[in-house]
Design a protein around this ligand. Structure first.
Ligand SMILES: [Zn+2]
Ligand SMILES: [Zn+2]
Length: 359
């Protein structure tokens, strides 16, 4: 017997109606009913959701890609599958399963990119909280093929941030062509993505050079496994200091999540010969300017790494479930989403924010 769930007709949701309209929290947004789900779709009753910088870009509409309107944002949700569309062919999840809703809500699984494991760049994709309504509501519709099973050992609030920030940095490290004992530079190591990157890198046997500022962040990243530290505010010559801290030759890879272009150009300067630059940040308007002469003569490789595919997500969650990675987060309520956007914009958030959806 599969469990039965009572599905309400309406719910609380955070909606943006137009390009310049304010974010509104409404108590009576309709819930898509089980009979109205298409084959392949499922309804997930959310327990919690993370808030990400991406949600802020979607809200402000400052990216080259435009979000749907009206929009319910959010793409780091964890909850329970409470309905599955009729005639869904052998769904990979069942009623009652605890699953994650991530940025990539759907991909066709049939185009060249999908077949090569680059489903996050599928031209037929749907993105949670961007092209399809996301997790800033109590009940979200998503696709059975792309919701992510959450390991039992992992707390839902912890899992929420792993689904986006964790997967993103994990994949960048996984494809950085580094090996056990190699040095990896992590600028912004004390931030939301950075502090997860430090732990994944350490779990992978890499030696972490953390770049950030202030005693509090230094203590945090050292505790999480960073071996070397450079304070970008105190440093007079950041490239020289980073090289000096990594055997005098520079790190083998850099995982750059920054929202400004200078961090990328700097990385080309401090990377070791043959080093790899993983480009992860998604600033609104910025170009990567690398010195061509040194990119060539130092044999530097530059890779764009975009969130992760279904396999990357499962691996990132599994590593966290085994206690190798811990997310630092603060819990708030859905009603405080607007204030949360404001503090994100001011850069006041330490770690991640997770909103409680279900009491
Ligand atoms: Zn995100
Ligand atoms: Zn595809």
């Amino acid at each position: 017997m599969s469990p039965q769930f009572e599905i309400p007709k309406t719910q609380k949701a955070a909606i943006v109606e137009g390009p310049d309209s304010p974010l509104k929290i409404v108590p009576d947004h309709p819930v898509r009913q089980p009979k109205d789900l298409a084959p392949g779709e499922c309804l997930v009753r959310l327990e919690c959701t993370g808030v990400c910088h991406t949600d802020l870009h979607a809200r402000k509409g400052d990216w080259p890609l435009k979000a749907k309107l009206p929009l319910i944002g959010g793409h780091e949700g964890v909850g329970t599958v409470v309905a599955i569309g009729e005639h869904t062919q052998s769904p990979p999840v069942k009623l009652g399963d605890r699953v994650g809703i991530k940025w990539l809500a759907y991909s066709c699984l049939d185009c060249e990119l999908c077949r090569k494991g680059l489903e996050q760049s599928c031209p037929n994709q749907q993105l949670s909280g961007f092209t399809t309504d996301g997790t800033f509501q109590q009940y979200v519709v998503s696709w059975t093929s792309h919701v992510t099973p959450i390991p039992d050992a992992l707390d839902s609030y912890e899992a929420a941030s792993i689904l986006c920030a964790g997967v993103t940095v994990y994949r960048a490290l996984k494809y950085s062509h580094t090996h056990i004992g190699d040095w990896v530079a992590i600028p912004g190591a004390g931030g939301g993505l950075g502090h997860l990157a430090v732990q994944y890198a350490t779990a992978m046997g890499l030696r972490v050079l953390a770049v950030d500022t202030g005693a509090e962040k230094r203590e945090l990243v050292k505790k999480l496994g960073a071996e070397a530290w450079v304070d970008f505010r105190e440093s007079k010559d950041i490239v020289a200091d980073i090289r000096a801290a990594t055997d005098g030759q520079g790190p083998h890879a850099a995982i750059v999540t920054a929202a400004n272009s200078s961090a990328y150009a700097q990385a080309v300067d401090y990377l070791r010969l043959g080093g790899n630059l993983m480009v992860v940040g998604l600033p609104a308007h910025a170009s990567l300017s690398a010195d061509i002469f040194f990119t060539v003569t130092k044999s530097i490789s530059i890779y764009g790494s975009y969130v992760g595919n279904r396999q990357d997500a499962r691996e990132a969650l599994d590593i966290a479930a085994r206690g190798k990675v811990k997310c630092y987060y603060e819990t708030r309520n859905l009603d405080s989403l607007l204030e949360t956007y404001e503090s994100l914009e001011k850069g006041e958030i330490v770690g991640r924010i997770v909103l409680k959806i279900r009491e």
